[in-house]
Ligand binder design. Structure first.
Ligand code: SF4
Ligand code: SF4
Length: 180
């Protein structure tokens, strides 16, 4: 096993029962990402969108995640506490089957960047503006495997070649490649 290092993992926990659909999170996110910053607000530019169905009491904040090139085939339904949600309601992707999480002018996919700023914000803005505490910011340190740097690999190979000779190292690498 390789070396491990500590990494700060940022998460936002969503408490559906506390969301009342006020959409303050959408407003502040779109204003923060406007150019120039705070010059306008348009929820279509927000990296968080609230799935909104007041008649069924459904308010579901969803964060923009990775872009998906193709739409998926399945369309399951979920019933939680008597409220019905479609599978797409929970999906974080900007995908071809809907307009969500696309920059309205360019059509480019949007993704939550946790309000990256310089200097860094104490908490993401959607969390700060959610007066109902439906969004809770958490940071925790996790041990992750350290990536092997290319120069380390090169130094490792060099010393193996010195010790065993080039031919033997090449044969071993070829044997390992065949096995994988
Ligand atoms: S600001 Fe909070 S309560 Fe309002 S819509 Fe967003 S998550 Fe829901
Ligand atoms: S964390 Fe920042 S970028 Fe992400 S949705 Fe909230 S306000 Fe937008």
């Amino acid at each position: 096993m390789g070396e491990t290092k500590k990494k700060m993992v940022k998460t936002i926990k969503i408490d559906l029962d506390k969301c009342n659909g006020c959409r303050a999170c959408e407003v502040v996110c779109s204003a923060f990402h406007a150019k120039p910053k705070y010059s306008s607000n348009n929820p279509a530019r927000s990296r968080i969108r609230v799935v909104f169905d007041p008649l069924k009491d459904v308010y579901l904040p969803v964060y923009a995640g990775e872009h998906a090139k193709a739409e998926c085939m399945g369309r399951d339904k979920y019933v939680i506490d008597g409220k019905e949600y479609g599978e797409c309601d929970f999906c974080r992707a900007s995908c071809p089957s809907r307009d969500l999480f696309k920059e309205p002018d360019s059509g480019l996919p949007l993704k939550c960047d946790m309000c990256e700023d310089d200097p860094p914000l104490e908490k993401p803005l959607c969390v700060q503006w959610c007066l109902n505490d439906a969004l809770v910011y958490e940071e925790k340190e996790e041990e992750v495997e350290e990536e092997v740097k290319m120069e380390d690999v090169e130094i490792g190979l060099e010393s193996m070649v010195d010790k065993y000779g080039m031919q033997k190292v090449m044969d071993t690498v070829a044997r390992m490649a065949k096995r994988s």
